[in-house]
Design a binder for this molecule. Sequence first.
Ligand code: ARG
Length: 252
Amino acid sequence: MKKITSILSLVLIAVLAMSLFTGCGDKKKVIVMGTNAEFEPFEYMQGGKVVGFDVEIAKKVAEKLGAELIIENMQFASLITSLETKKIDFIAAGMTNNEERAKQVNFSMDYFTASQVIIVNKESDSVNSKADLEGKKIGVQLGTTGETEAKSVEGAEVKSYDTGYAAVLDLANGKIDAVVIDQEPAEKFVSKNDKIQILDEELTKEAYAIAVNKEDEELLATINEVIKEIQENGEYDKIYEQFFGKEEKEEE
Ligand code: ARG
């Protein structure tokens, strides 16, 4: 058995080596981005493809590496394990850089400032501020910082959904009192559903970063280089405009 496995792996190595040396160009190096395409405008489905702000940044990383970008779309809550087991090379998913996660992954430099906001149903006045969340039914996306935030609310009943969209649907249908989610996706949801609105109160200050496997120092360095480069050469601003329009991006 052992012998068979080692013969098999020899064959595999030979095949891999050959494909590297054939140089016909179609066996290009690949880099795998893990994401959860339920987070417009950072990653979402369009015409059967994952598109968005994060995808554009990932494309720059792939370009830098001379690699083909492959995107693996999965549950948000599965991303970190997939990275740890090397099913994916990096996570670009509007993922908030925090200490808890940094125990398991390495984060790049931050590339976007974000915050959690509260979405409510316009027809209900049960929640008008953060304080009103106490004891209420709050919908969140499973595994997100919004979930952590909601769970910290005294007496709240937190319902975790696979997608932010599912939480928003329940909110519009009056099944829950509020949804806690990142601001930009919240704005997208609200723009497509006139039953809901965002409260004018930010719950957190967070920043998104790209996550890589702890062992992948080199990839981390390249990603940081790319982020710095595109911020300096104006390409970041172009991507920003593509997904957020032309208006000012800092509100200091
Ligand atoms: N920023 C939040 C977090 O890191 C939510 C991210 C959700 N991203 C997604 N692609 N669904 O927990």
